[in-house]
Each structure stands twice: as C-alpha cells, then as structure tokens.
Design a protein around this ligand. Structure first.
Ligand code: PA5
Length: 463
C-alpha cells in the first residue's frame, strides 16, 4: 500500500517554458499555504467535520452490520440522490467494482444503479426494466428536500407499496439524511425506515467518506474499511505543515498559481484509468462548486473559480488532445495514472510482414496504454502545457481513499487561496428555489411572480 505519488515536474517553467511556474512562485506560496492549512484544520472539530470521517469506528460498524443483515436479499441497490449525494457513489463503484460488475456481479453481491437525474426517459425505462421488489433504494439527501430526489422517492415508494404493500415495502428503503432537519427525516420517523445520518459539518461534495458514500459501497461489497484506512493515511500526510512534503498543499498551490498568475483558468483531470474516470467527474464537482463563487469572503463581488474539465485516456486523445496541445493557452492538466493495473491483456503476434501491426505483437495493452499516456504527457509538455500526475500503485480501496481525501483537503486549501467560501453553494440553491417556484411549491409564490414578470418580454426563437 504505497502512498500516492504526485509528480509535478512538468508544471515547472524549466520544463514547459513561460506558462509554467518558477521555483520562486511556489516558494512564495509556501507560507500562505501553511496558514491556509492551519485555517482549515482549525475548523476540523467545528464546521469541517468531514476531515474526521476516516475515524468513526461505530458508524463503520453499523454500516457493515446493516450490509451484512441484508446480504443476499437484493439483486440491486439503487441510489436516489444527486450532486454530492451521488457522484461519490458512482466514483467508488466504477473504481472499485470494475466496469462490468453490473453485467455479472459476484454471487450474492447486488448491482448498483445511481439515478442522479430525473429525465423521464431514464427513470421511465428504469421502472420498466429493474424490479423494485428485488431492489433496496438508498435515498440520499443531506437537506432532505431536494426536489429531484424527493420526486424519485415518491415514485419508487409508490411502486414498492403497489408491489409489496405498506408494511412489506419498508425493508426496501434506507434513508441517508440530516439527523434532524428536512422532510426526509420526518418521513423516516413516520415510516420507521432504516436510516443513517449525514453528520453535521459534512457538505454534499465532501461527503463521499460518510454514510452518503459508504452505505451503498458496503452494500455492493466494496471494502469500506480499506477505503477509510487510505483516507486516514492521506490525512496523516496532508496535515503536515511542511509545504514540500504535503501533496495537498503543493497541488492546491499549483492550481491557484497556474490560474491566477499564468492565466490558465481551465483545469483538466485526465484519467488514464478507465476505472478512475468517475473520480474525475466527482472532482469536477468538488472543484466547481467549492471555488466557483460570486463573492469573496469579505462580500466583494469577484466571480472567481477554475473551470474543471474531465478527460479519459486514451479515449479523449482522439477527441480533445488536438485542442489541448495546440489550442489557446488556457488549461493545465492533472493526469491520474496507475502503476500496476490489476490485469493485463497480451496482444497476439500476427502479420509479421506488416510493420504497422508487427510492432504490436507480443506486447500488452498495458504497455500500449502506458506508452499512450506518456506520449500524451510528452506532447503536452513539448507544447508548453503545464501538467502534473497523481500516480496510484493500483486502483484499490486504500489508494482511492487516499486520493479522495487528498483532493478534498487540497480544495479546502484552495478556498483559502482564492479567498472564497469553499463550503457553500448559493448558485445551486438559486436554481433549486426557482424550480420550487415553477412547480408551485407553497411559500415560493413571490419568486414565481418575479420569474413570470422577467420572462414576459418578446421571445426570440426560430421555429
Ligand atoms: O455538494 C453539494 O452540496 C450539492 O451538490 C448537493 O449534494 C446536491 O445539491 C444535493 O443536495 P442534497 O443532498 O441536500 O439533496
């Protein structure tokens, strides 16, 4: 279980030229980084309780006990949730259960569906395809009010009751929500559903290592103990005030400096691991929702925030890399790489007389994948594009726990550098409120009138 490596050689101007960073840029940010870390850690026992998620033995036990109590009973686990209440669940599943788990789950282990959209063209076919009587629904909402998740819950609950009756349906629902607030908690109390709490001080996008991510992970057989052990190992590293030894501090400093000093506002996470592609998706939300803010912490209007982009190697070499290598200088890159893939696939010898095929014979897909990744890094570096790389020894629960925790600390520290509140999301709330108004929710009549007045003007539309 090696620690994750963070290679930032190709971020330096000595390697990539004028768009890279000088040693002195990083040196100047060392002390502010320590102060930022101190500020984050000082809130650890107050409002940033997600920092302590790796250490909750009794919660881990109760999740494992619950998973054991329902083992073998369900063919499917279905998460109803969105944003921070879904992206981590998907990331854990695709990283740790592999790409074809749901086609052929190991005996006694359920499939996982994460319904993080309400498009009827997705949910309708889900209802026609997946038998709710064979499914446990993990309904996740920290606020316990999000319209998308609540509407899914109402639909699936009605379906369960229709099939299994008022009493019989209850074992098919497990709720993860705030301990006290929100309508979902009231529903738990009324129905007596099995429930878990989203702890205080754990915002949606920082909640993957809480009950939010762990319940579904445990239900589908992911080793949550190793996941949390990996997170704890990262905590030990990412607590260090020694700037040059702390990967979260160095990563945060690079992000901030390349954005603000080198005018590279776009942050591409380039997962050279099919299993980690959804970790890149999860990170996109973490970065975007945490740092994309209108106001600085003193209330001044600043409109800050990097733009996350997710890419998957090698797929996006044949889609995005042309732009990345030759387009505008507005991006920097973080590769996710795996040292020891769990499996390799040999490429057979054939057509020895055809040079364009002959060189592949006798090699492996792992070798080619690695060569493609290194080739892309070399090409971007030679094109003057700063790039760094996280290297996981392998994609296992320990390494993924390390990576998720490291990135969370890094983003929290970035919040200090960018001087924004990394833990609120007023822009998301605004959209939720407008949707409540449009759906006619009581208490939102004024907002609805405002929206109607605003949209009354002439339309410009091509029919
Ligand atoms: O990170 C966040 O806070 C958001 O993405 C939320 O997770 C998302 O809006 C869903 O909210 P809730 O869990 O309250 O339903």
């Amino acid at each position: 279980m090696k620690p994750i490596r963070f290679d930032y050689t190709n971020v330096m101007s000595s390697v990539v030229g004028e768009h890279g960073l000088e040693e002195s840029d990083l040196a100047r940010l060392a002390e502010p980084s320590q102060r930022a870390l101190d500020a984050v850690q000082a809130r650890r026992t107050k409002d940033l309780r997600w920092l302590d998620l790796p250490y909750r033995e009794s919660v881990r036990r109760s999740i494992l006990d619950y998973a054991a109590s329902v083992r073998g009973r369900f063919q499917n686990v279905c998460v109803l949730g969105i944003g921070g209440s879904a992206l981590g669940n998907t990331a854990l599943q695709s990283a740790l259960n592999g790409p074809f788990h749901d086609l052929q789950p190991p005996k006694g282990v359920p499939r996982l569906f994460v319904l993080d959209n309400i498009d009827p063209e997705w949910i309708g076919p889900f209802l026609e395809t997946v038998d709710p009587a064979e499914t446990v629904f993990d309904v996740i909402s920290k606020s316990g009010t999000t319209a998308e998740t609540m509407s899914q819950f109402l639909i699936l609950r009605a379906e369960l009751v229709r099939r299994l009756g008022e009493r019989g349906h209850k074992d098919h629902v497990v709720i993860t929500t705030d301990e006290k607030k929100g309508v979902l908690r009231q529903v738990v109390e009324r129905e007596g559903y099995r429930s878990f709490d989203v702890p205080d001080g754990v915002g949606g996008r920082f909640s993957v290592l809480s009950e939010v991510g762990l319940v579904s992970a445990a239900l589908v057989g992911i080793d949550i103990e190793a996941l949390l052990a990996g997170a704890a190992a990262s905590d030990a590293r990412c607590k260090s005030r020694k700037f040059a030894e702390n990967p979260a501090l160095v990563h945060a400093a690079i992000q901030f400096l390349l954005h603000t000093k080198r005018a590279l506002p776009m942050s591409v996470t380039f997962a050279y691991s099919h299993r980690l592609r959804n970790v890149a998706d999860w990170y996109a939300q973490l970065l975007a929702e945490s740092l994309g803010k209108k106001h600085a912490r003193d209330g001044k209007v600043v409109h800050r925030g990097p733009t996350p982009i997710r890419a998957v190697g090698v797929t996006d070499q044949h889609s995005q890399v042309q732009l990345y290598a030759e387009g505008p200088f507005d991006k920097w890159f973080t590769f996710l790489a795996v040292e020891e893939p769990s499996i390799d696939v040999p490429i057979p010898h054939a057509y020895a007389d055809l040079e364009a095929l002959a060189y592949l014979g006798g090699r492996t897909l792992g070798e080619l994948f690695r060569a493609e990744r290194e080739g892309t890094r070399i090409a971007l570096t030679e094109a003057g594009r700063p790039n760094a790389m996280f290297v996981l020894e392998r994609v296992d629960a320990h390494a993924v726990g390390q990576l998720l925790y490291l990135l969370e600390v890094s983003v929290a520290v970035m919040g200090e550098h960018y001087d924004v509140d990394a833990f609120d999301q007023p822009g998301v709330e605004a959209g939720k409120i407008a949707a409540y108004a449009l759906m006619g929710r009581a208490g939102y009549e004024g907002r609805r009138a405002e929206i109607e007045a605003r949209t009354r003007g002439p339309k410009r539309m091509l029919q």
